[in-house]
Write a protein that binds this ligand. Structure first.
Ligand code: AMP
Length: 213
C-alpha cells in the first residue's frame, strides 16, 4: 500500500503516519525528518536546506526530489510506504507520479489557530527527537528526555512567527494538491481536529471503505 499524508504543519501527519506505519508494517518516509538528519550531520544538503527550514519556506524541489528518489529506490519500500511531508507542491506531485503509483492521499484538515496552539507547547529531545508537549505529555523531569536524558527544546521552526509562515507556505503551495488529487479519486478527506485516537479511527474507516484495509 502506497499512501501520502497531506496537511498543514501541526495537523498530526507525523503522529498518524507513525501509527499507520506500525499497524501496516510499512516504512514512514518523512522528508522533514530526513532533512533534519542532514542538518544535524552537517552535510552539504543539510547546510543548504537549513536556510529555508529556519524561515518556514520550502527547500528547493531539485534537492527534495533527488533525496526522495534515492529513498524510494531502496528495497524496504517495495511493498509500500507512507509519505509524510512529500509532495508539497504540484511539481513534487508530478515528480512522485513519475516515481511511483499511489493508492490513497489522506488530507488531514485543521485550522491555522489550532495549529498555532498545538505548536506553542510542542517540544522535542535534542538528542533522540522524542516528542513532548508542555501540557499534554510533559517529560517526568522538566527539560530532560525520559528516554535518553537529552535536553528538551523547542524546534526553531515551531516558534509562532515561523509557524504562521509555514502555514502560509502550506496554503500557497501545498493546499492546491488537495484539488489536484480530488480529480484522481485517490483523495481521502479527514477532519484532523479531533483527538489522536479519533483521527486514527477515521483514517482506518476511510481506508477500509476504499477496500485498502
Ligand atoms: P516538516 O517536518 O515536514 O514540517 O518539514 C520541516 C521543514 O522541512 C519544512 O518547513 C520545509 O522547509 C522542509 N521540507 C520538508 N519536506 C519538504 C518538501 N517535500 N519540500 C520542500 N521542503 C520540505
Amino acid at each position: 500500500m502506497k499512501l501520502v499524508i497531506l496537511g498543514p504543519p501541526g495537523a498530526g501527519k507525523g503522529t498518524q503516519a507513525t501509527k499507520l506505519s506500525r499497524e501496516l508494517s510499512l516504512p514512514r518516509v518523512s522528508t522533514g525528518d530526513m532533512l533534519r538528519h542532514e542538518v544535524a550531520a552537517g552535510t552539504d544538503l543539510g547546510k543548504r536546506a537549513e536556510e529555508y527550514m529556519k524561515v518556514g519556506v520550502l527547500v528547493p524541489d531539485e534537492l527534495i526530489v533527488e533525496m526522495i528518489g534515492e529513498r524510494l529506490s531502496r528495497e524496504d519500500v517495495r511493498r509500500g510506504f507512507i509519505l509524510d511531508g512529500f509532495p508539497r507542491n504540484l511539481e513534487q506531485a508530478e515528480a512522485l507520479r513519475r516515481m511511483s503509483d499511489i493508492d490513497a492521499v489522506i488530507h488531514l484538515d485543521v485550522s491555522e489557530e489550532e495549529v498555532v496552539e498545538r505548536f506553542s507547547g510542542r517540544r522535542e529531545c535534542s538528542k533522540c527527537q522524542a516528542a513532548y508537549h508542555v501540557r499534554n505529555s510533559p517529560p517526568q523531569v522538566k527539560g530532560r528526555c525520559d528516554r535518553c536524558g537529552g535536553n528538551i527544546r523547542q524546534r526553531v521552526d515551531d516558534r509562532e512567527d515561523v509557524v504562521r509562515q509555514r502555514f502560509r507556505t502550506y496554503r500557497e503551495k501545498t493546499e492546491p494538491l488537495v484539488e489536484h488529487y480530488r480529480g484522481s479519486k485517490h483523495l481521502v478527506e479527514i477532519d484532523g481536529s479531533g483527538s489522536i485516537e479519533e483521527v486514527r479511527q477515521a483514517i482506518r474507516a476511510a481506508l477500509t471503505s476504499k477496500e485498502l484495509l
